[in-house]
Design a protein around this ligand. Structure first.
Ligand code: DON
Length: 304
């Protein structure tokens, strides 16, 4: 399969169409990013990297990091974790407060903000230095040492973090939160503020295409069954109230972030990261989704 030619074709077509959106500005620091950047990196199971465009520029991975934190918590807490957070699509915006109330403090899934806060709380219970250990883990599975936290982005979100703070206290009121709210929010804002290039992000997702084994970390990260379940969660919940649309148009498990990144996997074939900062009204990258739609059309395969 000539992945390099295919992603170059995809890149050209997306650039020609030039569909636009809006850069996230509710985290003020993210609003400063150049909206014209666009990169793609695909990593096959042998570790070959195929890349085009701005694939070597670090960007804020935001909610994509929720896949990494879930991976760190899942084997340690399965199955008890699933009494604290559900595995159903939310059909609601990622930061909905109303839904958390009518679901009685049990978030719909680990990728909406409330669910990811429960995961961050579980991380704080299990790891002595959660933020450092998340970074170590991601650098390990990306096979790099270059992933870092952008403290301006972290502080920017922290200073405008009323909604996540509200969600965390709400979870605590339902006794679904074990650690101090401030401590967990610090970990959550830190992992959302991690910066990675498309190449490193695709490398860090490679184990999910490879039955849980990371060729870069040279070890089994998750059992095959846990890896399959994370892929199932990405397919059904990775794009919040646009998860159905992403499954329909692209047909791969994937996860988006408001920094404009999308990471996706084709099990047993490849992992891929696409980045372009402009978002649609659901908070997902317009060009990244379009690129992945063209990719699976050109490949003539997806999960389906
Ligand atoms: O908590 C937030 O709102 C952000 N740190 C992450 C949200 C996000 O990336 C949603 N994804 N599309």
């Amino acid at each position: 399969m000539d992945y390099q030619s295919i992603i170059e074709e995809v890149y050209q077509e997306v650039q020609q169409e030039n569909q636009r959106g809006k850069v996230a500005n509710y985290i003020p620091e993210l609003a400063h990013v150049n909206p014209d950047q666009f990169g793609i990196a695909l990593v096959d199971l042998q570790g070959n990297v195929f890349a085009v465009g701005d694939s070597q520029i670090p960007f804020s991975i935001q909610s994509i990091s929720k896949v990494h934190t879930l991976t760190m918590v899942f084997p340690k807490f399965d199955p008890q974790l699933w009494s604290r957070v559900n595995v159903e699509p939310s059909g609601n915006p990622f930061n909905s407060i109303a839904q958390l109330e009518y679901e009685k403090g049990i978030p719909r899934n680990p990728f909406i903000n409330a669910g990811a806060l429960v995961i961050a709380d579980a991380l704080c219970s299990k790891y002595d230095h959660p933020t450092e250990q998340i970074l170590e883990f991601i650098n390990e599975i990306a096979g790099k040492n270059s992933v870092s936290i952008n403290s301006a982005v972290k502080n920017s979100e922290k200073n405008h973090g009323e909604r996540n703070t509200a969600l965390a206290y709400f979870l605590k009121s339902y006794k679904n939160f074990d650690n101090p709210v401030d401590q967990v929010l610090e970990v959550y804002f830190s992992h959302c503020a991690m910066e990675m290039t498309c190449e490193d992000l695709a490398r860090s997702f490679s184990f999910l295409a490879n039955d849980g084994y990371s060729i870069f970390g040279e070890r089994k990260i998750l059992s095959e069954s846990h890896a399959r379940r994370i892929n199932a969660l990405m397919l059904t919940c990775g794009f919040y109230d646009e998860a159905g649309e992403f499954a329909y148009r692209v047909g791969l498990p994937g996860k988006s972030g408001v920094g404009g990144g999308v990471a996706a996997v084709m099990p047993h074939k490849f992992s891929i990261a696409v980045w372009c900062p402009e978002l649609n009204e659901k908070g997902n990258s317009v060009k990244a989704i379009r690129a992945l739609e063209l990719l699976t059309d050109k490949l003539s395969f997806s999960l389906f």
